[in-house]
Design a protein. Structure first.
Length: 440
């Protein structure tokens, strides 16, 4: 179990006293489609399926989110081990939190998220991104190369301590911009059960590819709010690889280690670029709206190329691509899960300082009474690549805590004669006395 400084501890009684309850619209008896038993609160305002945002603002937010993702990659990627995560999942979960941030907390979050637009334009852009991603889905259909499809499923949820009230503006923003309901649980009274419920929701929205996102102790008796994003993707290759062309081959791993892996082979006409120390290709998925870029650094230059990647350099590489390069391609099949890992220290190092500090965080847009701060940001991701396509999933959770004054249940004013006792740790009474007049 994690331990936190005493000044961050609170009780349900204090939490409820500190929050101004406001009229949240509740979906009629809405329950989870299982045995989790949570109720869902929903704004009367529906998810905006045609958000208004200027093309310039939208482009800035998308570019900023990419830059954020690459910056976080530089801080997270281990020197010599597999690594995979979702910048979009992370940005959506943090975006829901940012929607309730104010003052310097909001300014720092905007800076780290790469946003140079007003908060409402950022929220509208996130809304637009979710709508655009939903449009990438391609229903299963038969082709001469077999059944193909694309599935892209983002999902957001806010999990709230029962009895707690949120400002109506925040409830509306979650519904309109993030298509998120407020799911009511006894987070603080039943942390283990709540952890299982959140983890079941994540598993269901990632087709069981992300299990146990929240480890034991991530939710405890001091957790009033959890914000989650789940993102699932499956894409058939536009041009699948022939399984008959897959054969074992040597892969030269880092630290001069050679391993044998199943390697897919094909000759195909695909977007291609090469430059100082790298080669770059794009492999399209069914429908042509999504692709996987493979950036291959030259031998001995992996860390240099990886650490030099920014949104601008990646776009520069992509702009140099020929549309129809003839490429003899060899790509290994692979499948692995990364996480659960905490992003807290990396986000603080990037400048998101106040959000994690109980004395400085300002999320009064979520909690009218104030005192809310981020405890942790956790992430887990999966990817599998084979001859038919790619399956990937990721989930992000933002857990919170609340700062409040200690509970005052009793009062003692020694304004009359009293007794004193000085005791040893063993229980032995060393001294005893009484004070009848302290002035003498």
């Amino acid at each position: 179990m994690k331990r936190f400084p005493e000044r961050h501890w609170s009780t349900v009684a204090v939490l409820l006293a500190a929050i101004v309850g406001t009229g949240c619209a509740q979906t009629d008896g809405a329950e989870d489609d299982g045995d989790s038993g949570f109720r869902e609160l929903r704004s009367a305002q529906p998810h905006d399926m045609a958000p208004t945002v200027s093309p310039d603002d939208y482009a800035k937010v998308v570019a900023g989110t990419t830059e954020f993702g690459l910056s976080l990659l530089h801080k997270l990627a281990p020197a010599d081990a597999n690594f995979f995560y979702s910048p979009v999942s992370t940005a959506l979960a943090l975006g829901m939190t940012y929607a309730g941030a104010r003052g310097s907390t909001a300014e720092q979050m905007a800076l780290v998220l790469g946003s140079t637009v007003p908060p409402e334009a950022f929220a509208s852009s996130m809304n637009r991104l979710m709508v655009d991603l939903a449009a990438r889905n391609v229903a299963p259909h038969e082709t001469k190369e077999g059944t193909k499809s694309v599935t892209l499923l983002p999902a957001n949820a806010v999990w709230m301590q029962k009895g707690m009230g949120l400002g109506p503006g925040y409830l509306d923003t979650m519904s309109v911009r993030y298509d998120a309901g407020i799911k009511v649980l006894d987070l603080m009274g039943d942390p283990r059960g709540s952890t299982r419920t959140v983890n079941r929701w994540v598993a269901a929205h990632t087709k069981d590819k992300i299990l146990d996102l929240l480890p034991e102790g991530a939710i405890d008796g001091q957790t009033p709010l959890v914000l989650t994003n789940a993102l699932y993707f499956y894409g058939s290759w536009q041009s699948p690889f022939l399984t008959s062309s897959t054969s074992n081959a040597t892969f030269h791993a880092l630290a001069d280690v050679d391993v044998t892996v199943p390697m897919m082979h094909d000759d195909r006409s695909i977007p291609y670029a090469e430059g100082d120390g790298y080669q770059l290709i794009d492999l399209a998925y069914d429908g042509g709206q999504l692709s996987m870029s493979v950036l291959l650094p030259a031998a001995g230059r992996f860390q240099e190329i990886r650490d030099g990647i920014t949104q601008a350099t990646l776009e520069s590489m992509r702009s140099a691509m020929t549309r129809d390069g003839e490429v003899r391609l060899a790509l290994p099949k692979f499948r692995f899960t990364w996480g659960t890992e905490s992003f807290k220290n990396q986000l603080i190092a990037m400048g998101m300082v106040d959000a994690f500090d109980g004395g400085r965080a300002d999320f009064s847009g979520i909690l009218p009474g104030g005192g809310l701060f981020i405890d942790d940001v956790m992430h887990k991701a999966f990817i599998g690549v084979d001859e038919s396509g790619t399956e990937a999933a990721a989930a992000t959770a933002v857990t919170t805590r609340i700062v409040s004054a200690p509970v005052i249940r009793h009062e003692l004013t020694a304004d009359r004669p009293f007794l004193i006792f000085i005791r040893d740790a063993t229980g032995a009474l060393l001294f005893a006395g009484q004070v009848t007049n302290p002035s003498l």
